[in-house]
Ligand binder design. Structure first.
Ligand SMILES: O=C(O)C(=O)C[C@H](O)[C@H](O)COP(=O)(O)O
Length: 229
């Protein structure tokens, strides 16, 4: 009997996870929330709200001045693996590592940022939006790339087309992913996880609506489970 698509996907993901710390991180965290906060305190509250909803990681961006402080403070949230997002230069890599970030995500590909991250012994997730950038990432040993902005760059059909040229490569689509299309993305085997801000929208953080963040997180995790994640 042929294995079902879901079963073969799980096996392929399991094999990748056994070989790569990044793939293992994503196997444990199929939904990666992109967190933007203006204070460390907000970061801690968001982190607790995510964990209460079953999300166990947070990509805290360097888009605000509070990024590094929030990453440092969020280490205290039990059950949360904190990474840094929107890391666009090596000074930010240093700041993220010093703050305790366990992984580093960029909106694009910079060889300097990837090298500095790997040299620090941290997991690197650069974004690549086309085949040329993917080839540059492969040269540095990257096995999974963020695909950003996913919806504008062609979504699932684009990822399937790129995947045909790069067998074994994992993708983390981010940008335009939400509760309505999460299942479409997570039903594709090479998509190791999805990133996005939909469960931690700025207005929810500003309003201190931690309960809604928990509800949206739980909804995302439920969708992921239904996709066999
Ligand atoms: O800041 C970065 O490093 C990014 O790469 C951008 C974020 O991942 C996206 O802006 C999230 O996209 P939305 O879920 O559509 O809000």
């Amino acid at each position: 009997m042929q294995p079902s698509r879901e079963t073969s996907g799980a096996t392929e993901r399991d094999e990748a996870a056994a070989k790569s710390p990044l793939a293992a991180l994503l196997a444990a965290n199929p939904v990666v929330p992109v967190v933007v906060v203006d204070s460390a305190e907000d970061g801690v509250n968001v982190g607790k709200a995510l964990v209460a909803g079953g999300i166990t990681t947070a990509e805290v961006t360097f888009r605000t001045a509070a990024g590094a402080d929030a990453i440092r403070a969020m280490q205290e949230v039990e059950g949360l693996t904190v990474g840094a997002g929107t890391v666009i230069n090596t000074a930010q890599v240093e700041a993220a590592v010093a703050a305790g970030a366990k992984y580093i995500v960029s909106p694009g590909f910079s060889a300097d940022v990837v090298r500095a991250t790997l040299d620090a012994g941290i997991i690197s997730l650069p974004a690549c939006s086309d085949a040329s950038w993917i080839m540059a990432a492969l040269e540095l040993g990257i096995d999974t790339v963020k695909f950003f902005p996913a919806s504008i760059n062609g979504g699932v059909p684009a990822i399937k087309a790129l995947s045909a040229a790069f067998p074994g490569l994992g993708f983390v689509p981010t940008g335009g992913v939400n509760a309505d299309n999460l299942a479409e993305y997570l039903s594709v085997d090479v998509i190791r996880a999805c990133g996005g801000s939909w469960m931690v929208k700025k207005d929810l953080v500003v309003a201190g609506d931690w309960e809604q963040i928990t509800r949206l997180s739980a909804q995302a995790i439920q969708i992921a489970k239904e996709c066999g994640r």
